[in-house]
Design a binder for this molecule. Structure first.
Ligand code: TGC
Ligand code: FAD
Length: 388
């Protein structure tokens, strides 16, 4: 059956024809190419690599970036809608696209030399090259300023030592955007998969985001040539700027998971008979459904305004934090309520709810935990930093 989304407030009327066309194209793609295969990949802990060339063809990678680098040059609302539709398939699919665009192409575009941009961006846009982003370390997650990974200047380049952890796409990446301290200042390096001393073993045993590859990155005296140093960074602020792009996509993306959970729960509640009536006829179930729909509607309005602000160049990173924090929290709550409405059936993989719920535990944690976003906004409104 065709999926029509969830739109209680006629928010569609606030999108341009082009934005709706892009949203519908990705929706159809996900319907045909992701939903039929994703449970199997989730169970087996694999990523559906066969969709990568198709995503590239649809202009998903670096969708907002300039046409001269082979990108679609869309606006940020269209990009957000793409993320929403991909995450309706699975958070792992949205993660793949987020990392390519926000965490690999964005830093190359923003901090790279013209040679680096011309070399990497068209290839990543075409899906010929896969990237990953290494910021988090085993002992430094929420506090990346403490990172231990170090670069040392040598003739014609740098020597990198250290390790990153929890890196999406690490094992399958051709290039890693790696953040390391050089003379105590955070800098960015492009590390290619076959550089001597570099390895990216896959992390196993996840109960969440199983249809996504997560890896360690290990640097054992890796020589990085000067040509692979990002020349235009300015300390920790630079990786944090990349995070804004990814957090923006997540705030939109998780609405896809909310829509799955709500529509599944609504359909089930109307057809499941207990005590001779559909459970949808009971007031407690209606309260749950109304709460879900209200939270979806609020989240949709939040990201739409966020996108318009981003397109107008008025966006503050603290506003992105507010949307990422809120939307991840309510998406998880909506999945939990949906699971409840489905009773025992809710735990089966015949329904996508538990998969989305489990994924959202990662999504709520990565790109800044719920608590970190609370403190980021808290600092913005009070003037007091609670990080120390
Ligand atoms: P702090 O002193 O606050 O900031 C240093 C400089 O950066 C500026 N800044 C930002 N600029 C742009 N965007 C942001 N979001 C920024 N946040 C801060 C700040 O104004 C300052 O600038 P300046 O000019 O004064 O130097 O730095 P801090 O060390 O106190 O840390 C701040 C904190 C805690 C908010 C930051 O470290 C943080 O956000 N921590 C969370 C870490 C995190 O989100 N990691 C994500 C890793 S990547 C990932 O999870 C990918 S998931 C991929 C997938 O989708 O699969
Ligand atoms: P910690 O920082 O150790 O935090 C543990 C708990 O303490 C959290 O609840 C946190 O909110 C809380 N806490 C920490 N500090 C404070 C404080 N000051 N006040 C109150 N509470 C606090 N990273 C990358 O660089 N690249 C990637 O591609 C990437 N992909 C990921 C994929 C997955 C599936 C996952 C799960 C993570 C990924 N990450 C990635 C890492 C992610 O960004 C970190 O896990 C996240 O930033 C949190 O760090 P941590 O897990 O070390 O938790």
């Amino acid at each position: 059956m065709k999926f029509n989304g969830v739109d209680y407030y006629l928010i569609d009327e606030l999108f341009s024809e082009e934005e709706k066309l892009i949203r519908n194209t990705i929706r159809e793609f996900v319907e045909d190419n992701v939903i039929p295969v994703i449970e199997k990949h989730y169970r087996e802990g694999t990523f559906p690599m066969q969709i990568v060339p198709k995503l590239a063809e649809l202009g998903v990678f670096g969708a907002t970036f300039p046409a001269k680098y082979g990108c679609a040059e869309l606006n940020n609302v269209a990009y957000g809608l793409i993320m929403q539709e991909l995450e309706r398939g699975d958070s792992g699919v949205r993660s793949f696209a987020s990392v390519q665009s926000a965490l690999v192409m964005y830093p190359i575009l923003t901090f790279g030399s013209e040679e680096q941009k011309n070399h990497w961006l068209p290839k990543i846009a075409k899906g010929e090259k896969i990237g990953c982003f290494g910021l988090t370390e085993p002992d430094y997650g929420s506090n990346p300023a403490g990172m231990i990974t170090r670069a040392e200047k040598v003739d014609a380049g740098y020597i990198l030592n250290g390790a990153k952890m929890w890196i999406t796409n690490g094992t399958i990446a051709d290039v890693a955007v790696v953040w390391a301290k050089l003379n105590g200042i955070v800098n960015g390096f492009l590390v290619e998969k076959d550089f001597k001393g570099f390895s990216a073993p896959e992390m196993k045993g996840k109960h969440s985001l199983r249809a996504s590859i997560t890896s360690e990155l290990v640097f054992d005296n890796v020589f990085v040539p000067e040509s692979h140093f990002l020349p235009n960074t300015s300390g920790l602020k630079s990786p944090l700027m990349c995070l804004n792009q990814a957090r923006y996509g997540i705030a939109w993306g998780v609405i896809g998971s909310m829509m799955v959970a709500y529509t599944q729960a609504l359909g089930y509640a109307k057809s499941r008979i207990q005590f001779s009536k559909p459970i949808a006829a009971y007031q407690i179930t209606q309260t749950k459904l109304v709460h879900m729909l209200t939270e979806i509607t609020k989240s949709q309005l939040l990201v739409l305004q966020l996108g318009r602000l981003k397109d107008e160049g008025k966006l503050k990173h603290t506003q992105v934090s507010l949307a990422k924090r809120n939307n991840c929290e309510v998406a998880l709550e909506i999945c939990r309520i949906a699971r409840e409405i489905l009773g025992a059936n809710g735990i089966l993989d015949e329904y996508p709810i538990m998969r989305h719920m489990a994924n959202l535990e990662s999504v709520k944690t990565y790109e800044g935990t719920h608590e970190m976003h609370t403190l980021i906004i808290g600092e913005d409104i009070t003037g007091f930093s609670a990080f120390e």
